[in-house]
Design a binder for this molecule. Structure first.
Ligand code: AMP
Ligand code: MG
Length: 350
């Protein structure tokens, strides 16, 4: 299959890209689209055969459910039956954070095919902020299933070129909407009803751009425990211990003094701020060095550059990527979660 990248550098080309996308989706094909988090691989969520093409292109295991995108807060009812006891909490979250990088886990309705939710009785729902994505949803008039547009377990794509290097030959069309504004996948929250009259509980299944601090005013925060993260049959689906992994082994170096190197090996540093005083840049004459937050953006800037620079280091030909920890403030906690999953585990295993 020939994979075509469609540019969107003018109003006219954008309108054409949207039209072509809608045609492909109506014919039951998949299309890679920009969102504010990472590029997604979209298919009509109500068309099980089209959704199967997502799993095939990504080589994604059938137990890993997809996120369904809707056009608005009102459109939740197309895919989910929100029970009365969580309605208020869902309304506050969607009013505040939608459209945006927040995915809610809700009871699914019968219209959503089992393949989308990997047989679960719940569905993950999100509403993207990206203008192209929004227009496609509006013109199509149906929800879209869209996980990240990378091969399973690999680095998420934040540009059309990155999608190309992940899925070339496997999908017909990639819409180039430029670099993703946030650069990290959405925060995933399961909304659990309160017993009695208290506040609902927000169980954070995946950390992301919307932090626990931002959510805690509206409900009780609970973190999915790390015990749920296992190698093959995770209790929380998709939260595998290994994910976001470059081909090159990656080590998260908690303290600069822990650095041990083998002669003859080439090392690349993924630095947080690139500052001498942090002790990493001066450890070694790095073969490659990339800085997540050289400007003043701090963790927000680091997040939007994270997958792009990780991919760059992965493709640079070094033997090992050494990653400096980032501040766990705000979205930094989500970057650290990605780094832990990307790292080679004890004993050399991924
Ligand atoms: P991706 O779209 O590639 O970022 O992956 C979507 C992730 O959402 C999955 O890997 C799961 O971790 C999570 N997810 C999707 N649906 C559900 C669900 N019904 N319950 C819990 N987690 C879900
Ligand atoms: Mg993904």
């Amino acid at each position: 299959m020939n994979t075509q990248i469609i540019r969107t550098d003018s109003d006219e080309s954008t309108a054409q890209a949207v039209q072509r996308t809608v045609e492909e989706l109506r014919s039951g094909n998949v299309v890679a689209l920009p969102t504010e988090t990472v590029y997604g691989l979209a298919a009509d969520a109500f068309n099980a055969e089209a959704v199967a093409k997502i799993f095939e292109a990504k080589e994604r295991p059938g137990f890993d459910p997809l996120i369904v995108h809707v056009a608005s807060q009102k459109a939740i009812r197309e895919v989910a039956d929100v029970p009365e006891n969580i309605r208020k909490a869902v309304r506050s979250l969607t009013e505040l954070f939608w459209p945006g990088p927040l995915t809610l886990i809700l009871p699914k309705n019968d219209k959503v095919p089992d393949i989308v939710t990997a047989g679960l009785t719940t569905v993950a729902v999100r509403c993207s902020q990206n203008e192209i994505f929004k227009q496609v949803l509006e013109d199509l008039g149906r929800p879209l299933a869209a996980p990240s547009a990378n091969r399973f377990g690999r680095i998420s794509p934040t540009s059309a070129d990155a999608v190309m290097s992940e899925l070339e030959g496997r999908i017909p069309v990639i819409v180039d909407g430029g670099a993703c504004a946030r650069g990290l996948e959405s925060t995933i929250v399961q909304v659990v009803a309160a017993e009695g009259k208290g506040k609902a509980t927000f169980r954070i299944l995946r950390k992301g751009p919307i932090s626990a601090d931002q959510l805690k005013r509206y409900g009780k925060i609970e973190m999915a425990s790390n015990d749920a993260v296992s190698e093959n049959a995770p209790e929380a689906p998709g939260l595998l211990a290994t994910h976001y992994a470059p081909n090159t082994p990656l080590r998260l170096l908690r303290k600069p003094q822990d650095f041990k190197r083998e002669p003859g090996k080439r090392y690349g540093l993924l630095s947080y701020r690139g500052k001498k005083k942090d002790g990493y840049t001066t450890l070694y004459d790095w073969d490659e060095i990339e800085i997540l937050s050289p400007g003043s953006g701090k963790t927000v800037e680091a997040a939007l550059r994270f997958f792009f620079l990780l991919r760059k280091l992965d493709e640079s030909g070094v033997d090992e990527i050494i990653a400096e920890p980032v501040s766990e403030f705000g979205v930094g906690a989500a970057i650290m979660e990605r780094l832990q999953r990307a790292a080679v585990k004890e004993g050399g295993r991924r």
